[in-house]
Design a protein around this ligand. Structure first.
Ligand SMILES: [Zn+2]
Length: 93
């Protein structure tokens, strides 16, 4: 373990989610036999409506710096690929 220079981290948080209206939060089609994962939420049961990303260097990022979708997939825009940034993603929502 070296703590000479703390690595820059981006912490993603889901600040607003809602129950998937397509499956009522069940995550699948409710079939007794081999239920099929909901196409809209991919089996999660929830949709991500809003997020925030905290940069260990700059604080909260403006929303123009990232993009996300209701599945909780987050895309960072205009970040230097050469800089080792650790992205901390929420485990679930
Ligand atoms: Zn669903």
């Amino acid at each position: 373990m070296s703590d000479a220079s703390p690595k820059r981290t981006l912490t993603i948080r889901y600040t607003a989610t809602k129950t998937c209206p397509n499956c009522d939060g069940r995550g699948d089609d409710g079939a007794d036999w081999r239920p099929v994962a909901c196409k809209r939420c991919k089996g999660r049961g929830n949709l991500v409506m809003d997020i925030e990303i905290e940069d260990s260097v700059d604080g909260l990022l403006p929303s123009s710096d990232y993009d996300f979708n209701t599945l909780g997939e987050v895309y960072l825009l205009d970040f230097d690929e050469d800089e080792p940034i650790e992205v901390i993603r929420p485990e679930s929502f």
